[in-house]
Design a protein around this ligand. Sequence first.
Ligand SMILES: [Zn+2]
Length: 207
Amino acid sequence: MEAIRQLLEQNRKWAQDREQQDPGCFARQSKSQAPKFLWIGCIDSRMPAEQLTGMEPGDMLVYRNIANQVNPKDTSIMAAIQFAVDALQIDHIVITGHTNCGGISAAIKGQVTDDLQTWLNPLQELNSEYGEELGHCGCHDEKVDHLCEINIKKQVLNVAETEVVQNAWKRGQKLSIHGCIYDVASGELRTMGIHVSGPDGAESFTF
Ligand SMILES: [Zn+2]
C-alpha cells in the first residue's frame, strides 16, 4: 500500500501546484480537449512522452505499446487513430521509437512466448526481411537500434496506409505523420527526417 499512497500523495501535490501556477486550468479543461498531436510511442518507462516534449495536459494524445507498433489487426490502436483523426482532427501523428528498446531486443533474440510472441512477431518478420542490412551491425545493441529505426519507418507507413488517414487526406484534412527516435542515453528526441503529409507522400516513401 505504501507505493500506492506515494502515487496519491504525489498526485495531490501535482494538482495543487498546477492549479497554483495556472488558476482554473482544471475547470477549463473539464469542458473539452483540442490536442494537436497523437504520439505513438513505446511503453518503456524511460520515455515519458509529455515530460520529454514539454507538453501540458490537453496538448497531446498519447498511445503507447511495446515497441511502438501500429498493427492494422489491433483494434485498440486503430480506434485511437480514428478518434484522434476523425473526432479531434489532430494535425500531427508522431511515431517515436527509442534506443535500447527491450521489445526489439526480445524480438531479435526470439526468447519470448505466448502473447508477447504474438505481439513481437511483426518485428521478427522485419528482422528477417532486413536480415542482410542488419547483418552489418557490429553487436546486438547496434542491431537493436538499427531495427528500431527500420521499425519507425515501417510504422509511419502503416499509419499512412490506414483507411482513416487515407480518407482524411481525400477530404482535404491537414494531417502529417512523422518518425522520431528518442535517445534514452541523452534525453534527446531526434527527427528521422520522415514526414508524410498526403497520399502521394506515402506512395513515394521508401526505405
Ligand atoms: Zn521500447
